[in-house]
Every structure is written in C-alpha cells, then in structure tokens.
Write a protein that binds this ligand. Structure first.
Ligand code: NAD
Length: 343
C-alpha cells in the first residue's frame, strides 16, 4: 500500500540516499509514520519490533509490500542478526510515562543493550545510525527554552529516571561508537509529538483528551494545569527526523514545536474543536512533572532547514478526525487480524 499523500521532500531525500533502511520500533506511533513515509518514497524498509507498546494494526496495510519486511524481535538481541542496510533508525523504546513506568526494566534494557545492538549492526554494515532521543534528557529544565548545549536537570532515581537515564546513556553510547569506531551517527532530541495512531490508553495527554472529549467524559488535568508543553504534529517531526537522517550532521538536534501551551489550555481547545460537553476535572499533580518545555530549534533550522509547519489547531483537527474514523471503523468493519498476539 502506498499513501495517497506524496512523500515529503525529506522522505524522498532519505530514500534517494539510502536504499535499505532498518528501523527498530517501527510498529509504534512515530515509527509507523516513518516506515510509511520511507516505503512510499521508494526505500526498502526492514522493521524490528517486539510489539511491547506498538501495534500490528499500524503496519498491517504494508504487510506483503515488496519493499517492506516485518520482524518480531527484541532489539536487544539484534546485534547477531544479519540485516544488511545503509541506514539504521533506532526508535525502539516505550515512550509514554504510563508505558515506561510499567516496563521500567525493559526501558532501561532497550536504551542500553538495544542501542548497543543497533549500533553494532550499523557498524558492521557501515550504515548511518540515527538515535530517537528525547527532550526528557533535559529533565525538569532550569533553562528556557532548551538549547542542545543545556545539560539538563534529571533526577537519576526519580519516577521518570528509567526513561530519562536510558536515553542519556543511549546518547553516550552513540557518541562513544562515533569516537571509537568512526560510526556515522546522529542524535535527534524529539519533543512532545502527537497525531494519529497514538494509543488512547497510553496515558499521553492528547489521545486521552480526545478520547474522553469524544465521549463527553471529564478531561483530567493534573495539578493546576499550568505546566506547559510545546507540541509538534507527527508529520513535522517525521520531516525533521528524516532531514537529519539524510544529512551528514550528527547533532544532537532538537526536533519539536515552539508553540507553548498549558495543559489546561490544551484541554479547553480539544473540547472546543470537538464541540464536546466534557467538563475539566483537576486531579493530583504528577510527581516531578516538568513545569516548562520548549525547544530552541535554531540548530535544526540552521543545519537542516527544518521548522514545523502545521499549526496546533490544524494538527489537532487531523488527529481528532483520525480518532473519529477509527472509532466508526472499529464499531463497523472487522478488526485487523494480529498475527503476533500477546500471550
Ligand atoms: P511507541 O511506544 O508508540 O513506539 C515504540 C515502539 O518500540 C513500539 O512499537 C514498541 O513495541 C517498540 N519497542 C519497545 N521496546 C522494544 C524492544 N526491546 N525491541 C523492539 N521493539 C521495541 O512510542 P513512540 O511515541 O512512537 O516513540 C518512538 C521513539 O521516539 C521512542 O524511542 C521515544 O523515546 C522517541 N520519542 C518519542 C516522542 C513522542 O512524543 N512520541 C518524544 C520524544 C522521543
């Protein structure tokens, strides 16, 4: 299946430069958008995913495509696999606080052993390697907005430490492979991204707000809701990530939206756009929830000529439309048969 939407310039650039791409975590939210973009642009893509937080349905339409291969495996054991490729995109990791809290040890393992294995494979085939890192490496930042040279404010034993420290370690490992073996690497620090295919039950604010607003249930806002996020629509994040992959820049580079909004403000916009009768319910503040997050994206702009294009309102409307389509499809047609059901 190819999408009706033509691939972006960044997707085409990547597919022209790299013929065979290995992606870990390609069945997840972000990964599945990248897979689709690359296959549509003409690249051959091999996806390794253990489906711990990803969904087969995200890729079902591509199964059987001549340029797509899906391997169900843990990225931690991937170092011994023979997968010739010229680009490795390493996204495998639980990413939502609910998922990485539940899968704390697995998150640390995939950030360490999984990254080591993915780097080993990239080194063996002399492939370029791109790490999907995160704004969480800045922790609860004391500088605002965050530039790449800010070193962060992370609690190494706190409730988010399994994710934040796994990513910090993965960045260190990536840098060490470049220094020791001259592996061609890049690090993308991705800020909060949203869009179709986020799981409504993964605990992230936007899919939860949309799901509850569509059914007129109260939207739960933690604390006073004054904590801010700057959100980036998935198509923009994918363009930035692929622009980095296609470049020779190693980063680290922030990829994220610069429109800062409070969580309370976000809840109100979602209610308005949906025309929902939902109320807002304030619940306990989350422990160590960062108060402010906003990337300085001048490095991405300077090196990659990248900036987000889709406004928050447009991105939310696209996400809401996709959620509406999904809910009417799941009440109608038969669900996608999953050949990899969880035991
Ligand atoms: P997701 O949970 O939807 O996708 C992660 C994918 O990785 C899933 O398909 C999961 O099954 C797979 N996975 C997890 N552990 C694995 C393992 N050991 N072996 C093989 N596959 C494994 O999350 P996402 O939002 O798509 O995030 C993808 C990547 O981008 C993550 O590395 C995340 O840290 C990073 N990121 C995402 C965001 C965001 O806002 N979505 C922000 C910053 C960074």
């Amino acid at each position: 299946m190819e999408t009706e939407v033509p691939p972006s310039i960044e997707g085409r650039g990547c597919a022209e430069k790299f013929k065979r791409v290995l992606i870990t975590g390609g069945a997840g939210f972000l990964g599945s958008h990248i897979v689709l973009e690359l296959v549509t642009a003409g690249a051959e893509v091999v996806c390794v995913d253990d489906f711990s937080t990803g969904q087969y349905a995200n890729l079902a339409a591509l199964v059987g495509h001549p340029r797509f291969t899906l391997i169900k495996a843990d990225a931690c054991g991937m170092g011994s696999l023979h997968i010739p490729c010229d680009l490795v995109l390493h996204l495998a990791s639980p990413a939502s606080p609910r998922d990485y809290t539940r899968l704390s040890l697995e998150t640390l393992q995939v950030g360490s052993q999984g990254t080591f294995a993915a780097l080993t494979l990239a080194r063996r085939f002399r492939a370029r390697f791109v790490l999907a890192s995160t704004s969480e490496v800045y922790g609860d930042p004391l500088e605002h907005p965050q530039k790449e040279d800010y070193r962060g404010n992370v609690n190494s034993t706190g409730p988010r430490s399994m994710y934040d420290e796994a990513k910090r370690y993965a960045e260190a490992l990536t840098s060490a492979f470049a220094a020791r073996y001259d592996t061609d690497v890049a690090i993308a620090r991705i800020f909060n991204t949203y869009g179709p295919r986020m799981r409504a039950d993964d605990g992230r604010a936007i899919p939860e707000f949309i799901e509850r607003a569509l059914t007129n249930q109260p939207l739960r806002v933690h604390g006073d809701g004054g904590q801010t996020r700057s959100l980036c629509y998935v198509d923009d994040t994918v363009r930035g990530f692929l622009a980095l992959a296609a470049s020779s820049f190693s980063g680290p580079v922030n990829i994220g939206g610069t429109e800062e909004i409070t969580l309370l403000g976000l809840a109100k916009i979602v209610i308005k756009l949906i025309g929902s009768k939902s109320a807002i319910q304030h619940v306990d503040a989350k422990h160590e929830d960062p108060r402010r997050r906003r990337p300085d994206i001048s490095r991405a702009h300077g090196h990659l000529k990248w900036a987000p294009r889709i406004t928050l309102r447009d991105g939310l409307m696209r996400t809401i439309d996709a959620a509406r389509r999904l809910s009417s499809a799941s009440t109608g047609a038969a669900a996608v048969r999953d050949p990899f059901p969880q035991p």
